[in-house]
Design a protein around this ligand. Structure first.
Ligand code: CLF
Ligand code: SF4
Length: 358
């Protein structure tokens, strides 16, 4: 989320891509091919059931952004501020790996490491991709997950696939440039800033292209949309249809968070978020295109633990640097715990397939 875009600028506080890279509806996994089930079963965001058992870690290595979103403030938060995409500190790739190993040794239910800000993962490609490369090497059992606004996505599809990133979230708030420009007033691509509908059209074109290219390569693509009453609220079912046609797997429809205290443009002008009833109605409307995630916690960009709990304070830079981590022992413990959880969930799947009712 933010106010002033810059490619290199200081860390945006919370990417709503990140801000809510949210997840799917109740896991009717049984209808999916086994190769897809394997990728979803222990991902706490892609499977509603998994989120009760498996944990995720966000490594906040991506400070810059290439987009301006009217719901973003691009500031660091205090550690107690729990809202989408914010982070208390930005890590180097080496620090991110160390943190991953420390968390994975302490939380054996850890199954996913994601990059979700605090800016945009692909506006910081060197840092993000190096981080994934190193984590893949150090802890190959962990799923890699990336969240992006999609502007730079077409350039990185091959690299994402090559690194074995199996889950990518793209935030798509509009497929109509006139609506998109009210949410994203400016984009920066190849050092050129484009404003208004020109910028929004470019963003949309690249988002949809990126979603299709990833889906064709077998990456599971989740799309996040921020519901903003009076702006894109009635338009989101059209977004759902457009991304489904490009192969998106899951839609996360999230409420706008626009507290004036956060200093975002929408906060300053008093733009309200959707009511609970509006959000439910919208999720139902979007759900005719594809499954809709309803358990998203709109995580911080440095979130740690099960969805809904945040153990980030236990893994600050200082604590991680001082911790003695036995990576091998951690891996063995994690693999045993995850194997047991996976087996239990697998046993439940046939019941789910027949027990869902009419
Ligand atoms: Fe993180 Fe996002 Fe991956 Fe999940 S979060 S990068 S897909 S591992 Fe999950 Fe958090 Fe919602 Fe995102 S609950 S904000 S959907
Ligand atoms: Fe903020 Fe950039 Fe994410 Fe938009 S894309 S929410 S401006 S960090």
């Amino acid at each position: 989320m933010s106010a002033t875009p810059s490619e290199t600028g200081p860390a945006p506080a919370g990417c709503t891509e990140a801000a809510g890279c949210g997840a799917p509806a109740g896991d009717g996994l049984a209808h999916l091919p086994e190769r897809v089930r394997e990728k979803v079963r222990d991902h706490p965001c892609y499977s509603e059931r998994a989120h009760h058992h498996f944990a995720r870690l966000h490594v906040a290595v991506a400070p810059g952004c290439n987009l301006r979103c009217n719901y973003c403030n691009r500031k660091y938060d205090c550690a107690n501020e729990s809202r989408p995409g914010v982070a208390s500190e930005v890590l180097s790739p080496a620090e991110a790996v160390r943190k991953t190993l420390a968390v994975a040794a302490e939380i054996p239910q850890l199954s996913v490491v994601g990059i979700a800000g605090p800016g945009d993962a692909l506006a910081n490609p060197r840092r993000s991709l190096e981080t994934f490369e190193r984590i893949r090497e150090a802890a190959p059992d962990l799923h890699l997950c990336l969240s992006t606004n999609g502007l730079a996505l077409p350039e990185y599809v091959d690299r994402i696939v090559e690194l074995g990133v199996e889950h990518v979230t793209v935030t798509v708030n509009a497929v109509d440039p006139a609506i998109g420009a009210q949410i994203h007033p400016a984009v920066v691509l190849e050092r050129r800033r484009r404003r208004g509908e020109e910028g929004a059209a470019l963003l949309i074109e690249r988002q949809l292209h990126g979603v299709a290219a990833l889906a064709e390569r077998g990456v599971l693509v989740k799309v996040n949309s921020v519901a903003i009453p009076g702006i894109n609220h009635r338009h989101l079912p059209a977004v759902a249809q457009a991304v489904r046609r490009r192969g998106a797997f899951l839609h996360n429809v999230m409420p706008l968070i626009a507290d004036p205290a956060y200093g975002t443009y929408f906060g300053r002008i008093g733009q309200r978020g959707p009511t609970e009833a509006e959000l439910l109605g919208l999720r139902a409307a979007c759900g005719s295109a594809m499954p809709v995630m309803s358990h998203c916690q709109q995580c911080r960009a440095d979130a740690v633990g099960l969805l809904g709990e945040d153990r980030g304070a236990e893994f600050s830079r200082e604590r991680v640097a001082a911790a003695a981590v036995d990576a091998e022992q951690g891996r063995a413990r994690r693999q045993a715990v995850r194997a047991e959880l996976n087996a239990a969930l697998r046993r439940e799947e046939p019941e789910e397939a027949t027990g869902g009712g009419a």
